[in-house]
Design a binder for this molecule. Structure first.
Ligand code: FAD
Length: 449
């Protein structure tokens, strides 16, 4: 039980947001014996006809899998997930090449449907008598000192008021609970919008089959912009086009759009279909991408933020959800230490912020890697070197991507590890160059003599 409940007191925990992190957090608080209330602004996605929201599918990796395994849901989720063993790169002429994620231990990413995953988590919540779900409840204000909250409920005129011992904000990148924390002294906050937006397109199934090899994350790197595609259960691909807003703005007419695709994505155009492309492209505006760093994640023993509410990041490392789920793993292990709750929450902030900042930075870096570096010979040489050294020294030489996606190494440690590897390679290279020069010099001098 969360501290205090051992003395027979069940804490009333209000979780704001029944997305991927909120529903997972609800399961963990319920398993500890608390009285959990899960409030969600939208209607129940299991019964909603049209689910609006970002990215239809997501890459699930080690950290998310571990958190799902802890609540007994990993197998169920993986049963419908599609393994992606590496990146399939598409060049401008439509030629493809493969860069495996992990040729040594053969680990892979899994493409999972956001809706399916959320449904699995919400169904699991239903099995707990101590979880009550309140859909169409939007948190409007909160007094975190008192644990008081007000919600706007769909079809109701009056706001409803309620209270909790602990309020947990899992309400995403634009978190309302975080807005309350911003007002508390000592709360540091920064956000950064990038100049790139994204838009989702679709490569549909053809004759009931995938139109491209399904077990890869497809990338069309094009320097300052790129497109990626992840496979779906129904044999379609969700395609995400990421470009600077100014490039989006230049594509005003159907003809401009088709010319642009013929020039940059010639192999993808027939797969998407010209008509469908025009329809999907002009249907919505490109979405903004936000990176958020803040600290602390808690206020006394009253409030806490997790997931995107605490550390929204650009989506280019495929770690936002995985990191949010890892928050829950860490929090649960700290709560199980039975410290007083304020100490436990403070320990959570202290143990997490450096890693959350690190993954926000890594996600920014990976955008450059995906749209630009993957095409370069130097990137491929480094990848080959990393893979060879990883094969020879699997414990000592874990490449950055593998440590982030296929291990639970703290994110800040992943960066430190990479810096150490860079330094060693740099020294080795410099030493080899120097040695070669000396040998060449010696041979030359001998010949002169
Ligand atoms: P959210 O998923 O945003 O859920 C927040 C919930 O809170 C929502 O249901 C919302 O309706 C509700 N809510 C909001 N405000 C209120 C309120 N006031 N009252 C009540 N409820 C409220 N991550 C990965 O790990 N892998 C990927 O491959 C990946 N791909 C991505 C691709 C794109 C294009 C984007 C944009 C993100 C991607 N992410 C990925 C990141 C991932 O989507 C997020 O990190 C993840 O959804 C965060 O989960 P969350 O529960 O914290 O927040």
């Amino acid at each position: 039980d969360v501290n205090g409940a051992a003395e027979g007191q069940r804490r009333r925990v209000a979780i704001i947001g029944a997305g991927l992190v909120g529903s997972l957090a609800a399961l963990n608080f319920a398993r500890m014996g608390n009285d959990v209330h899960l409030y969600e602004y939208r209607e129940d996605i299991r019964t909603a006809e049209l689910v609006q929201g970002r990215s239809i599918n997501l890459a699930l990796s080690q950290r998310g899998r571990k958190a799902l395994a802890a609540v007994g849901l990993e197998e169920q989720v993986l049963a419908t997930a599609i393994p992606m063993r590496g990146r399939m790169l598409h060049n401008v002429r439509g030629r493809t090449s493969i860069v495996l994620y992990d040729p040594c231990t053969k680990q892979c990413l899994y493409s999972v449907g956001r809706k399916q995953l959320n449904e699995v988590l919400l169904n699991a919540c239903d099995a707990f008598p101590n979880i009550s779900c309140h859909f169409e409840h939007k948190l409007t204000t909160a007094n975190i000192r008192e644990g008081q909250m007000q919600f706007k409920v769909a079809h109701e005129e009056q706001l409803i008021s309620t209270s909790a011992d602990l309020v947990v904000g899992c309400d995403g990148a634009f978190s309302s609970l975080r807005q309350q924390l911003v007002r508390t002294p000592g709360f540091n906050y920064s956000q950064e919008y990038i100049a790139t937006g994204y838009l989702e397109l679709c490569i549909p199934a053809k004759n009931g089959e995938f139109q491209m090899p399904p077990n890869y994350l497809h990338i069309w790197p094009r320097d300052s912009f790129m497109m990626i595609a992840l496979p779906n259960q129904d044999k379609s691909f969700t395609v995400t086009l990421s470009m600077p807003f100014e490039v989006f703005a230049q594509l005003k007419t159907h003809q401009q759009l088709l010319d642009f695709f013929r020039q940059h994505y010639m192999d993808a155009l027939p797969l998407i279909g010209e008509e469908q492309l025009i329809k999907d492209f002009f249907k919505t505006r490109p979405q903004h991408l936000l990176s958020v760093k803040c600290k602390p994640y808690h206020f006394a023993d009253k409030a806490l933020i997790l997931g995107d509410a605490a550390h929204a990041m650009v989506p280019y490392y495929g770690q936002g959800m995985n990191a949010g789920m890892e928050d829950v793993t860490l929090l649960t292990s700290i709560l199980n230490e039975q410290l007083p709750l304020d100490e436990a929450l403070a320990k959570f902030t202290e143990s997490r912020w450096q890693d959350a900042f690190a993954i926000c930075d890594l996600a920014m870096y990976n955008y450059v890697e995906m749209r630009d570096l993957t095409k370069r010979l130097s990137f491929r040489c480094r990848k080959w070197l990393d893979t060879t050294l990883f094969r020879l020294f699997p414990r000592q030489w874990v490449p950055l991507y593998n440590s982030v996606s296929f291990s639970s190494m703290p994110y800040s440690q992943c960066i430190a590890n990479r810096q150490w590897q860079d330094r060693l390679l740099h020294k080795t290279l410099s030493f080899s160059l120097l040695a070669s020069c000396l040998v060449a010099g010696a041979i030359y001098a001998r010949r002169l003599r």
